[in-house]
Design a protein around this ligand. Sequence first.
Ligand SMILES: [Fe+2]
Length: 400
Amino acid sequence: MVSSGLSSLTASKAGDASEQRWPWWPLLPLYPYGRRRTLVRELIPGQVWAFEQLQGIFYVAVPIRMTVLRLRQGLLLYAPLPVTAELLAALRELERHHGPVVTIVLPTASGLEHKLPTPALARAFPNAAVWVAPGQWSFPLSLPPSWLGFPPSRTRVLFEQGLPHGDELDWCGLGPLDLGLGTFMEVACLHRATGSLLLTDALVAIGADPPAVFDADPTPLLFHARDRGDQPLEDTPEQRRRGWQRLVLFASYLRPAPLEVPGWGEVLALAMAPGLRHPRFYFGLYPFRWQPHWQEAFRELVPGDQPRLQVAPVLERLVFPRCRGALVEWIGRLAQLPDLRWLISAHYEAPVACDAARLADLARELVTRPWAPEQDSWATLARIDHTLLKLGLVPRSPQS
Ligand SMILES: [Fe+2]
């Protein structure tokens, strides 16, 4: 059902830097900055494809994904990615086989990493309709979508101005939830023909092994797999796995409990070791020290070998700490969608097998376990939330 390998049509080579250039990176300066490799995987033959890149800070990089659906009228792009020549060439190839891109969907109101690439993608497909989640906002200035580059004549708001491809797709919104600085809104999309449920940020499936999108350049994994700044980067499957699990802990908790930050004296003493005097290795600067039991924290997050479906901790503690009810109610609605088989989020692992029972289990887990905890690895996120509350930047009752 799901192809594991890459066909020649959809495989991205490690290669041509000029084809991978993304000039808009300074607007959201995340790793890998101006060079975005795109890995294309055919998830369901002839029907669903994943376009994947990396994004992150200081080599804490996680996958970000645009999903392409083949519909009767042509192709739909869900959750846009930064446009590069390489990405466009792969989309043109799909168009040649399966029809034109007819619809582009920005399914989130708050996910800047998905919103920012949308205008350029819309310009690349001037005949496509652009549908956006309700409640779009910008910060620090509240600008109308047309000022942000969205084409006014063909941009429409999901739910408020209809829903595209209603004969093939089901749409299910979470929100709007008041975040204080703006609004959280995410719109899930079920592709009935394949039972694929497309999601953006609210739910993710995190696995114990690094995703294939790191294969072209595993440097972020190898960088974080080390214990000291003077250790060379060693490329082994075990080091890749260690690095991945640490990246997940960083991305999930910002500062997980088993991580210590050594003083700058120690960091500088270990810097500039032979072989590491290069910007690619941050000149050996490595301000991290992992306690020996660090892997237990990862096992709490991902207990088994199969990807675990979950609310990402950073969202639970900073976006949904006072919105558990709305989230659980939304998961309940997703569970009622017909013939659900696969879950495809815009981050981490995809596709993962899913059905109504699995979503119902997740909803049950979320209401029975402690929500948005304060202790251990959650402490940094909790501190940020308390500070935002104290400053009045986030509401105490977001849904009121
Ligand atoms: Fe996202």
